[in-house]
Design a protein around this ligand. Structure first.
Ligand SMILES: Nc1ncnc2c1ncn2[C@@H]1O[C@H](COP(=O)(O)OP(=O)(O)O)[C@@H](O)[C@H]1O
Ligand SMILES: C[C@@](O)(CCOP(=O)(O)O)CC(=O)O
Ligand SMILES: [Mg+2]
Length: 387
């Protein structure tokens, strides 16, 4: 039996980084997905088989003999391999996984994959032990660009691994894409959070939560509230194509907190207020064009204020500033989304903005070497399909 899953990427409308330090943030799922297919392989005679991982986006494949995994994860060192409940990867376990990743000779230019492979091995061996199996992963998301590819990776992977485990009492004969029960989604989300910890270092949990549950959410200290926009929000996403790493950017903000605790606490409080106000405005009813324009103007102002505070945190970048300047020429407000330091920028496209202007902005941004994406905001979370 094979299971397929898909989990969406996300945009953060306000509150990235500050959410790691306890502030409120607002995020929404987007209709760009990471897809996983997984099947357990029957062991052949005289051979315990292997755990195989194919990463389609990079054209790389990896394989670990089950016997090698068994010998590496001795019970004495890390405890029983199969864990019914999500638990953090201990330093001992992490060291052993690192040695297995090291053996794979990842090309130097793709060394950033290491954390993803590390998270894969952790999730696989925690949920299925050394059982031979094959996992194939592909994504429509640009990797390492602020659209939550790491979370979509962990959610789609955890979902697929759990769907073929005893943890789910799901009817595997049902055809087509299924949405899971709340308790199953909560379990996937917890495992995915452990994976995100390996990739991000200190994640807030907002990315895996919005990827698991979908829609638009207000999130603070692990608690989510679903929110619904009274009018569709149109967002332009510009990928600066400047590579960056979330773990390093999150660590950089924490260093700034150590150096300037009071100033940074004030910045985080301001972000908290912005996110709360933003969520109220998003949900506020509109009756006509005048009220829609007023609502969008307030959202634009809050996005600009949040961007200013992200600059205070030290996570903007020259490429992001170029996008901000370019969109401002068209009186459009933008902010970075995700960890910053390059990656993606969000621009609110007001409802009454003409297609002609949108096309002009996109052409100007693309002439700078950036890539523009239009995505539907607030869609579905994790889905599962058996075949
Ligand atoms: N489809 C994928 N294939 C391989 N690795 C992935 C994939 N998606 C995410 N990753 C892992 O996640 C990392 C990117 O995560 P991160 O720096 O948090 O950026 P973001 O989450 O914004 O895309 C990659 O370096 C890789 O380790
Ligand atoms: C910076 C942060 O708020 C969001 C990171 O998102 P991304 O990995 O850049 O897509 C970190 C987090 O909340 O875990
Ligand atoms: Mg990430």
């Amino acid at each position: 039996m094979e299971v397929r899953t898909r989990a969406p990427g996300k945009i953060i409308l306000s509150g990235e980084h500050a959410v790691v330090h306890g502030s409120t943030a607002v995020a929404a799922a987007i209709d760009l997905y990471t897809r996983v297919s997984f099947r357990l392989l029957p062991p052949s005679e005289g051979d315990a088989g292997s755990v195989e991982l194919e990463l389609k986006d990079t054209g790389l494949a990896f394989s670990w003999p089950s016997s090698r995994l068994k010998e590496t994860f001795s019970f004495e060192a890390i405890g029983p391999p199969l864990s019914p409940t999500p638990r953090p990867c201990s330093p001992e376990h992490s060291k052993l996984i690192a040695s297995l990743v090291e053996e794979q000779n990842i090309p130097e230019a793709k060394i950033w994959l290491r954390s993803g492979i590390h998270a894969f091995l952790y999730l696989y061996t925690s949920i299925h032990g050394f059982k031979p199996g094959k996992v194939v992963i592909s994504s429509e998301l640009p990797l390492g660009s602020g659209l939550g590819s790491s979370a979509a990776f962990c959610v789609s992977l955890s979902g697929a691994l759990l769907a073929l485990s005893d943890a789910f009492s799901i009817d595997r004969q049902t055809k087509g894409w299924l949405e899971l029960e709340l308790s199953e989604l909560e379990l996937v989300n917890k495992w995915a959070f452990e994976g995100e910890k390996i990739i991000h270092g200190k994640p807030s949990g907002i990315d895996n939560t919005v990827s698991t549950f979908g829609s638009m959410i207000k999130f603070r200290s692990g608690e989510l509230t679903h929110i619904r926009s009274s009018t569709p929000l149109r967002m332009l996403i510009t990928n600066t194509k400047v590579g960056r790493n979330t773990k390093a950017l999150v660590a950089g903000v924490s260093e700034r907190v150590l150096k300037h605790p009071d100033a940074m606490a004030a910045v985080f409080r301001a972000v908290d207020s912005i996110s709360k106000e933003l969520s109220v405005i998003i949900e506020s009813p509109t009756s006509d064009d005048v009220s829609i324009i007023a609502k969008e103007e307030k959202l634009e102002e809050l996005m600009e204020m949040n961007q200013g505070l992200l600059q205070c945190m030290g996570v903007s970048h020259a490429s992001i500033e170029t996008v901000l300047r370019t969109t401002l020429k068209y009186k459009l407000a933008s902010k970075l989304t995700g960890a910053g330091g390059g990656g993606c920028v969000l621009t609110l496209l007001p409802t009454l903005l003409s297609t002609k202007i949108v096309d002009k902005v996109i052409a100007e941004l693309e002439s700078c070497g950036f890539q523009c994406l239009k995505a539907e905001v607030g869609g579905k979370g994790l889905e599962v399909c058996f075949s």
